[in-house]
Write a protein that binds this ligand. Structure first.
Ligand SMILES: CC/C=C\C/C=C\C/C=C\C/C=C\C/C=C\CCCC(=O)SCCNC(=O)CCNC(=O)[C@H](O)C(C)(C)COP(=O)(O)OP(=O)(O)OC[C@H]1O[C@@H](n2cnc3c(N)ncnc32)[C@H](O)[C@@H]1OP(=O)(O)O
Ligand SMILES: Cc1cc2nc3c(=O)[nH]c(=O)nc-3n(C[C@H](O)[C@H](O)[C@H](O)COP(=O)(O)OP(=O)(O)OC[C@H]3O[C@@H](n4cnc5c(N)ncnc54)[C@H](O)[C@@H]3O)c2cc1C
Length: 620
């Protein structure tokens, strides 16, 4: 049977309503319709072709990218696409490009950290792309440590200007996307200095290139930092280097939404947390979580198609060989990745709500949920991108030799995706931020301050440290409350143990440094609990369509039980489950794999409906 006929056959065998499942994946019928419409628009437009990407030189790749970006902008204007449709179109063009940072960071930063006048001045030009902006925070010497940045912005009361300067080689801005060739402006994060006093890092809008001839302005040295990982991939992006030699900007070019400098040079810190200067990073981190589910679904889609079509060994009496998807080892490697795509999709939907909620609260000067939002965005960005990067590599291996071919789509997908573990915050550094939040919560347990939201379970830690999971048979692991309690007990035990061990150190900072690995692992346990709990909440919603909810329940159990199996040591050490109960969980997982199989290609292949036209380079 031809591969495509087989796919059609597999779809027909689906025991659930594929059309409704597409809506679940997209988040709503409207979102699905927009995605499908824009995906068809991109797939049918030869300008957006991708199959030649890995064969182009860096220069031709960059020209090709500029051409696509210009064509995308032209189509957005011609078709009067909405902001959501335009964002989808840029997403489906699927090539790292300067507009990612212009729309994804430069504009959000002005909206989040600029005052009303600055928004009115800069946003209209940015929306019309009369100026192109980038987000220039990282320097050659500092990326993770934002408070270590060296670029200076010194206020000159004589002229009512800031002098932007790169005092050292390591203060050179290094990495900003869009900086190397395209951006006319940058959002520069620099040390604010007034009257000899250093007020820490703040944002400044600085013009880099002339709007007439695009040449760098006086005092500006700017260029591209060169080839990056792999051919094609992120080399379509002009990540750049930038140095300032006493460049003067007007005072009103400091973003004044969070803090201000008066005409007299007085620094005014509004009564808002200084960390709002980091707000754009929080915004992007929550976007990256949803993006992880997309990248993961693409890799799993390729690996599933291969696994359904590929046959190897097992022929009897000249009959067909065995489909590799029927091997238990293939299933145990592939199906948890399929389940993870859904898990990340749903937690990404929730995180978008959490971010929207905190944005509304901030407008009412309610900062109460800011610490939790920071911990959730940092932790989920870290855990989902690490898992997705590992999963894309696993999908390559699941496809045998073909997975290593560019035409499989996997090498390019891997090369474009893996920097997500680094940009917008190194994943370990972000886990340590989560750990800091966990330790602070544990330290306050006796204070009467009741933990709420995603950390509420910590308020039940006394019970959780004693609880024993009620599992006597494998099918007991199919109960969401049993799984949830196991994950809560594991996370609580790991955090409380770290907190106790920290008390063995006279100096908390020294203790945190010595226990950093344990703290990072406790952070992972906390974040995985959030993902599991949001999947459960999704299943508690009304999910229409024949068999759709049933399939999602199977995927939930595959996701949770495969994690439990992978981290069994943590769960058993927490005392909440016994080795025998762990074995029963693994037995249940094996049973689930056989259920997922018969629907798997349909589950996956409907996702292909959205993406296969974009995986033009996938040749099998
Ligand atoms: C290709 C596209 C694919 C996917 C994306 C899709 C859409 C996205 C849209 C647009 C983006 C486009 C493309 C994305 C691709 C590439 C872009 C990449 C851009 C970048 O990389 S920009 C640079 C990113 N850099 C970082 O993330 C730096 C990481 N470091 C930090 O954030 C900080 O240095 C720190 C948090 C590690 C430490 O900060 P600090 O020293 O000031 O703070 P402390 O650790 O001392 O903590 C003090 C206190 O503050 C709290 N805190 C810290 N941070 C925050 C925060 N952000 N919000 C709220 N609170 C915060 C901390 O918890 C402490 O509180 P406590 O109560 O005192 O404990
Ligand atoms: C493709 C790409 C695009 C980018 N785009 C932009 C952009 O547009 N704008 C921008 O400003 N930046 C951008 N960046 C830079 C990016 O944000 C930084 O690289 C990132 O924040 C990591 O910082 P770093 O490079 O200093 O890594 P480092 O912090 O030097 O990390 C190196 C190692 O040190 C470890 N480490 C560091 N600190 C600690 C600690 N306290 N405890 C334990 N371990 C620690 C890390 O875990 C890691 O293993 C981009 C980077 C990439 C790769």
């Amino acid at each position: 049977m031809e591969a495509l006929d087989y796919h059609a056959e597999e779809r027909r065998k689906a025991e659930f309503d594929v059309e409704e499942m597409k809506i679940v994946w997209a988040g709503s019928r409207q979102a699905y319709e927009i995605s499908d419409r824009v995906a068809r628009l991109v797939a049918s437009d030869p300008v957006f072709r991708k199959d030649n990407r890995t064969m182009l030189s860096r220069k031709d790749l960059f020209k090709d990218t500029l051409r696509k970006a210009a064509h995308a902008w032209k189509r957005i204007i011609e078709l009067r696409l909405s902001e959501e449709e335009a964002s989808k179109l840029r997403f489906f063009v699927d090539q790292p490009v300067f507009t990612d940072l212009h729309w994804g960071m430069f504009i959000p930063a002005i909206k989040g950290q600029g005052n009303e006048e600055q928004q009115q001045k800069w946003l209209p030009m940015a929306y019309k792309m009369q100026i192109i902006g980038c987000y220039a925070q990282t320097e050659l010497g500092h990326g993770s440590n934002v408070q270590g940045l060296e670029t200076t912005a010194t206020f000159d009361p004589e002229t009512d200007e800031f002098v932007i300067h790169s005092p050292t080689l390591t203060s050179s801005k290094w990495w900003p996307g869009g900086l190397g060739k395209v951006s006319t402006h940058a959002l520069i994060y620099a040390r604010l200095i007034t009257d000899g006093q250093d007020h820490g890092v703040h944002g400044f809008i600085v013009q880099l290139r002339s709007l007439d001839d695009h040449l760098p302005l006086p005092g500006i040295t700017v260029g591209d930092i060169g080839m990056k990982f792999g051919s094609g991939a992120y080399n379509s992006m002009d990540n750049g280097v930038l140095r300032f030699d006493h460049v003067r900007i007007l005072r009103d070019q400091m973003l004044m939404g969070v803090s201000q400098v008066t005409r007299e040079g007085k620094f005014m810190q509004s009564d808002v947390p200084r960390q709002l200067v980091y707000g754009t990073m929080v915004y992007v981190r929550q976007k990256i979580v949803a993006d992880a589910s997309c990248a993961l679904s693409r890799a799993v889609c390729i690996a599933t198609r291969y696994s359904v079509v590929r046959r190897q060994f097992g022929s009897h009496n000249g009959g067909p060989e065995t489909q590799v998807i029927d091997y238990k080892t293939q299933q145990s490697r592939l199906f948890p990745l399929l389940a993870s795509a859904y898990a990340f999709r749903f937690v990404g939907e929730w995180l978008k709500w959490l971010y929207t909620d905190v944005t509304q609260r901030l407008q009412a000067s309610d900062f109460s949920t800011l610490p939790e939002v920071h911990a959730c965005t940092a932790g989920l960005k870290s855990v989902t991108t690490s898992a997705t990067a590992d999963a894309i590599e696993e999908c390559r291996k699941l496809c045998g030799g073909h997975g290593y071919l560019s035409s499989s789509g996997l090498p390019e997908l891997f090369a474009v995706y893996v920097p997500a573990c680094t940009y917008e915050g190194d994943n370990v550094v972000l886990l340590l931020q989560v750990a800091r939040f966990l330790m602070k919560t544990v330290s306050q347990l006796g204070s009467g301050k009741k933990p709420v939201g995603t950390i509420a379970y910590m308020g039940r830690s006394e019970h959780l440290l004693q609880c024993r999971c009620e599992v006597e048979r494998a099918e007991d692991w199919l109960k969401p409350n049993v799984i949830l309690e196991a994950f809560e007990a594991r996370a609580a035990r790991m955090s409380v143990t770290c907190a106790k061990n920290l008390n063995n150190f006279a100096n908390q900072e020294e203790g945190f440094a010595q226990l950093a690995t344990d703290l990072a692992e406790a952070a992972v346990a906390h974040v995985q609990l959030i993902i599991v709990s949001k999947f459960i909440e999704k299943l508690q919603q009304d999910i229409p369509g024949k068999g759709v909810k049933r399939q999602l329940e199977i995927l939930f159990n595959v996701y949770a039980l495969s994690l439990l199996h992978k981290h069994l040591g943590d769960f058993v050490a927490s005392g909440c489950i016994t080795p025998k109960q762990g074995a029963l969980a693994n037995e249940q997982l094996r049973l689930l794999y056989s259920q997922v199989h018969f629907d798997n290609p349909s589950l996956l292949l409907y996702m292909v409906l959205l993406l296969e036209r974009l995986l033009q380079s996938t040749s099998f």
